[in-house]
Design a protein around this ligand. Structure first.
Ligand code: GAL
Length: 674
């Protein structure tokens, strides 16, 4: 077939005597596929996304583009292509899962072909479309409606019949040059804490005053309640408050260049996490390769990079501090718990108490992870049947935060089969939306955590099943994941962002919707790479997580922070919106084409507004629908990323010029003026 095609092409060339009119076959795999965006892995050139021979329902293919939903490849045809053909389907390399995808083709932004939903084992479907007169082609693979999981998708034997050209240019319309907007912090002191902090009576109090400015710096606090003391050199406040009550204190910081003060309302009562958690989590950069040493280094880096001075203060260990069911750890002696059911740590975590002591001595908090099933998602020992011992261990070790997953709980929702945890797969997700059964394990752990003698922020990680936002508070949780795992792709960030509004009414001080970790910086364990999000996509991601009042957990390697990522994570005005004491979650108030406008009410009466451009075209407009955003009369408009006032307008008759990059954002604060 290939031979025939070459022969024909040569014949056409010879006899036409005119190269520009010559017809040729251009294979998709000959184009630059590296610009494609996809949900996982790298574009496979003549291979599946995992780099193997393409196989669809037992049939193998030598050529093509192996990708992963959500996937998009844009090609400039400039009217020079006549026809496109291919065979599409899900690669057989996926086993034990139920992926679904839909292949779609867009010509000049109009859908011209679609495969319909395809599943694993479906025979390859033929594609044959005329491209007459089309200038721009897009090959898309969507998630088939069930999320972009295990969606290994092949455009096999894909080729163009072209006229007068020997290749086509592929492109990605989103700008890729990073640019820094956050101004460098001043040398004079500035206190960057939230204005409220919650603690339970009798619990250890730990609060490090986050302040930027030249060191050395000395700290003081006025009106500290009885039982608390501040270390004047570090700004770390410790102690215990015995009585419930609200205490207004004044934090002060002083250095050679000046001084600064800020009010802090300490609320000693039942509620904790009165503002969203800010910190770091080990999963997205270290995965199962996490160790106490790496976690300690992350804590050091949080301090050394200055992130701690902007309010980042949790260091959370995710999965794999426990023994794994594969028993590969050399220190594993065949048991995961001691004779009293207390969990043992694996050899990479020899001294949990020592580790949290280290965090605490630096004014940082420590987080840990488990699952209510017998196994965590990564196959480590989970808490099923040992919840009491586990809650006690976390408290005894000094943890301040627990992320509690779901995973294997699906396998025990109706009881442990044959009393044998080994009969339960680590990934058994069924039943989570069943309110009678799916809520129970989270209540069990919530009750136990509340009984401990320290405050442990409780985060549920069951991906939003059963509308967790409606009952998470009853399980004594402070935050809950609303969706499946995030990845560092535009499709993932976009779909998670667009899924947040329904849960927004349930966000309040002490209760936060968690759209998962921040995918900026160097992420990906086993294959560390810079976030695949483009710079504008990262600005949009951080702005939306800020306006959503989302817990902010950095997922990247803190020892590899570049200037651009630091700029994203140290903008105190962007962070202040997230940490605003009113605790409202911003929601979309207006949609104009692909522009979504999110608004969040702030404690000082101002409003944060994120103009988020989900489209591939730049937005250039004169905006005047302020009443739709609940914004009236005279306003000062401040650009939060640039930390600059950009306009004073009478919103009843003036407009605001908006210029927003494709997949980018304008993040402003509106404050009423006379
Ligand atoms: C997933 C969870 C991830 C990570 C992982 C650990 O279920 O969503 O964030 O914690 O488990 O195995």
């Amino acid at each position: 077939m290939l031979k025939n095609t070459i022969f024909l092409t040569v014949l056409v060339l010879l006899f036409s005597g005119n190269f520009s009119k010559a017809q040729s076959i251009i294979w998709l795999d000959q184009l630059d596929l590296s610009v494609a965006t996809q949900g996982h892995g790298k574009p496979g050139i003549n291979t599946s996304v995992d780099g193997k021979k393409m196989t669809i329902a037992g049939e193998t293919f030598d050529r093509g583009f192996g990708t992963h939903a959500e996937s998009s490849l844009l090609i400039k045809l400039n009217g020079k292509a006549k026809h496109f053909s291919a065979w599409v389907g899900i690669d057989d390399e996926i086993t034990g899962h139920t992926p679904a995808v839909e292949f779609e083709i867009y010509g000049d932004n109009k859908k011209i072909w679609s495969s319909g939903v395809m599943r694993l084992g479906d025979k390859a479907r033929p594609v044959s479309v005329s491209l007459q007169g089309i200038n721009q082609l897009e090959l898309v693979v969507t998630d088939g409606g069930n999320g972009p999981y295990y969606d290994h998708a092949n455009w096999a034997n894909a080729r163009f019949e072209a006229v007068g050209v020997s290749t086509f240019e592929t492109f990605n319309p989103i700008a890729s040059t990073p640019y820094i907007l956050t101004p460098k912090p001043a040398v004079t002191p500035r206190i960057n804490s939230a204005s409220v902090y919650g603690v339970r009576p009798g619990s250890p109090f730990l609060f490090r005053i986050p302040a930027t400015g030249e060191r050395p710096m000395t700290f003081s606090v006025k009106n500290l309640p009885k039982g608390l003391a501040v270390d004047t050199k570090t700004g770390i406040i410790t102690g215990k408050i015995a009585e419930k009550g609200t205490y207004e204190v004044i934090l002060s910081a002083k250095n050679a260049k000046g001084s600064a003060s800020k009010k802090l309302r300490i609320v000693c009562g039942d509620k904790i996490a009165l503002t969203p958690t800010m910190g770091w989590n080990s999963w997205n950069c270290f995965g199962h390769e996490v160790s106490a040493e790496k976690v300690k280094r992350a804590a050091d880096a949080l301090i050394k990079t200055g992130l701690v001075n902007h309010g980042w203060n949790y260091i959370n260990i995710d999965d794999s501090w426990q023994y794994n069911r594969d028993g590969k750890d050399t220190s594993f002696k065949g048991k995961m718990r001691d004779e009293n059911g207390y969990i043992l740590t694996n050899s990479k975590f020899p001294d949990m108490k020592g580790l949290t002591d280290y965090m605490h001595s630096n004014g940082l908090k420590a987080g840990i992870y488990s699952s209510p099933g017998p196994w965590t998602c990564g196959g480590c020992a989970g808490s099923y049947g040992y919840e009491k011992q586990d809650a006690e261990s976390y408290a005894k070790w000094g943890f301040d935060y627990l992320k509690y997953d779901w995973c294997s709980y699906g396998g025990v929702i109706d009881g442990l089969p044959d009393n044998d945890p080994n009969k339960v797969p680590s990934l058994a997700f069924q039943g989570g939306a069943d309110l009678d059964k799916g809520v129970k394990p989270f209540k069990v752990m919530g009750d136990l955590l509340k009984k401990q003698s320290r405050d442990i922020v409780y985060n549920l990680c069951q991906y939003g099943m059963g509308d967790v936002w409606k009952w998470g508070d009853d399980a004594d949780a402070q935050s809950w994941r609303t969706t499946n795992d995030i990845t560092d792709t535009w499709a993932s960030v976009k779909s998670i962002a667009l899924a947040q509004d329904k849960a927004a009414p349930y966000a309040k001080p002490g209760n936060w919707n968690d759209p998962d970790m921040l995918v900026v910086g160097v992420v990906g364990w086993g294959n560390a790479h810079q976030s695949r999000l483009k710079p504008d996509e990262q600005y949009l991601h951080i702005s939306l997580w800020s306006i959503f009042s989302a817990p902010l957990l950095i997922g990247c390697d803190l020892e590899k922070l570049d200037d651009f990522t630091i700029n994203l994570l140290t903008n105190d005005e962007v962070i202040a919106v997230n940490q605003d004491a009113l605790g409202k979650q911003g929601v979309c108030q207006q949609t104009i084409g692909e522009l979504k406008i999110y608004v969040k009410e702030l404690e000082d009466g101002g409003k944060a507004v994120a103009f988020a451009n989900f489209g591939r075209e730049k937005v250039n407009m004169s905006y005047k629908d302020f009443q739709k955003l609940g914004i009236t009369e005279h306003q000062t408009v401040r650009d939060l990323w640039r930390q600059k006032n950009i306009a004073k307008i009478n919103t009843s008759n003036q407009s605001l010029a908006l210029e927003i990059p494709a997949h980018g954002v304008a993040y402003y604060k509106f404050t009423g003026t006379k």
